[in-house]
Design a protein around this ligand. Structure first.
Ligand SMILES: Nc1ncnc2c1ncn2[C@@H]1O[C@H](COP(=O)(O)OP(=O)(O)OP(=O)(O)O)[C@@H](O)[C@H]1O
Ligand SMILES: [Mg+2]
Length: 315
């Protein structure tokens, strides 16, 4: 049984200037134990999909299950199986960090009276660098600290399936590392993880399998390694003041003076260098390296969809 199953999910929001189709026939399964990444540009539909999973929004069509529980007809069981870190910061300003975690645990049937869950709460606080803030009021926390509390809240009832919607947005480098160590540990211990992020190097490092959404549709679904292997595998990077020769524009990314050009093999690298030489270009600080997930992402967003056979094998 999949940890999460999306079947033909569609979502249309009514809008003043016509309906917005946020999701269009989204189907994929996430198997128990997977560390799965959901990627896509702003507005692609990631948060909408997670809201439907969490029961916060209704799909216009299709169905979603968590460990076999339908998120609409079996809401309580589905919701209890999930720990969700929302993209938006929402919190109750009247409680301390520890109180809010006890209350959150209470929603999911974790006993709060005898402080039964406090050992786990302490472990969460320690792992998220919040130990010294346990008694601070939520109002007194910085933005990054509030986000840490949201992560703790999501995990307080030890859910088998953990969903993180851009958990590292606005979070400092140190916490990012601690957070990923902790989430990776939970994943090793058997928790399924669904992550959305715009930090593609995080997704590349952590996720065994990825789905990419574009305008509400799944345009890539495969193991991370297969997505990386199936792309132009080499990347030339250099600095240049002159404009690029027109033959190279289609396969290049230009950021200020920095030019990146994808190549499929050594022969193509030679060809590109030849084109530059013939055009009288003088690339500075030339480096030749492996394409990364950002290159794959841009390639897919600019055209070729990449859907593998729907296998749900964990990395
Ligand atoms: N409550 C809503 N009412 C109307 N339209 C909405 C609502 N929520 C989202 N949308 C629209 O649905 C589309 C998908 O939005 P969504 O928030 O799911 O994107 P996202 O992939 O999470 O983007 P981001 O990376 O910016 O978080 C967008 O066009 C957005 O404007
Ligand atoms: Mg979002």
């Amino acid at each position: 049984m999949p940890a999460i199953s999306f079947q033909h999910v569609g979502k249309t929001y009514p809008g003043a200037r016509g309906a917005v189709q946020a999701l269009d026939d989204v189907s994929f399964d996430i198997e128990p134990g997977e560390f799965f990444g959901l990627l896509g540009p702003n507005g692609a539909g990631k948060t909408t999909l997670i809201s439907i999973l969490a029961g916060l929004a209704r799909a216009t069509s299709g169905s979603v299950t968590v460990l076999g529980h339908d998120v609409v007809t079996d809401y309580a069981q589905a919701r209890r199986s999930l720990g969700i870190v929302p993209q938006e910061l929402v919190f109750d300003p009247f409680f301390s960090v520890r109180e809010s975690l006890r209350i959150q645990g209470g929603y999911f049937g974790v006993r709060t009276d005898a402080k039964a869950n406090d050992a786990w709460i302490d472990e969460l606080l320690a792992n998220l660098g919040l130990s010294d803030k346990a008694d601070a009021n939520m109002r007194q926390l910085s933005g990054g600290m509030k986000r840490r509390v949201l992560v703790a809240q999501a995990l307080v009832h030890r859910p088998p399936v953990i969903v993180l919607d851009e958990p590292t947005a606005g979070v400092d480098v140190e916490l990012r590392q601690t957070l990923w160590q902790f989430v990776a540990r939970l994943n090793k211990e058997g928790h399924t993880v669904l992550l959305t992020t715009h930090y593609l190097e995080e997704a590349e490092a952590l996720c065994g399998r990825l789905a990419m959404l574009k305008q509400g549709r799944v345009v890539a679904l495969d193991r991370t390694s297969a997505l990386l292997a199936g792309t132009a595998s080499t990347m030339l990077r250099f600095k240049m003041d002159a404009p690029l020769p027109p033959q190279l524009v289609g396969q290049s990314r230009v950021t200020g003076r920095i030019v990146q050009i994808t190549a499929h093999d050594a022969h193509e690298v030679e060809t590109i260098l030849g084109v530059l030489r013939n055009a009288g270009c003088q690339p500075e600080d030339l480096e030749i390296g492996r394409a990364d997930l950002e290159d794959v992402f841009l390639e897919i967003m600019n055209g070729a969809p990449r859907i593998s056979a729907p296998v749900g094998v964990a990395a």
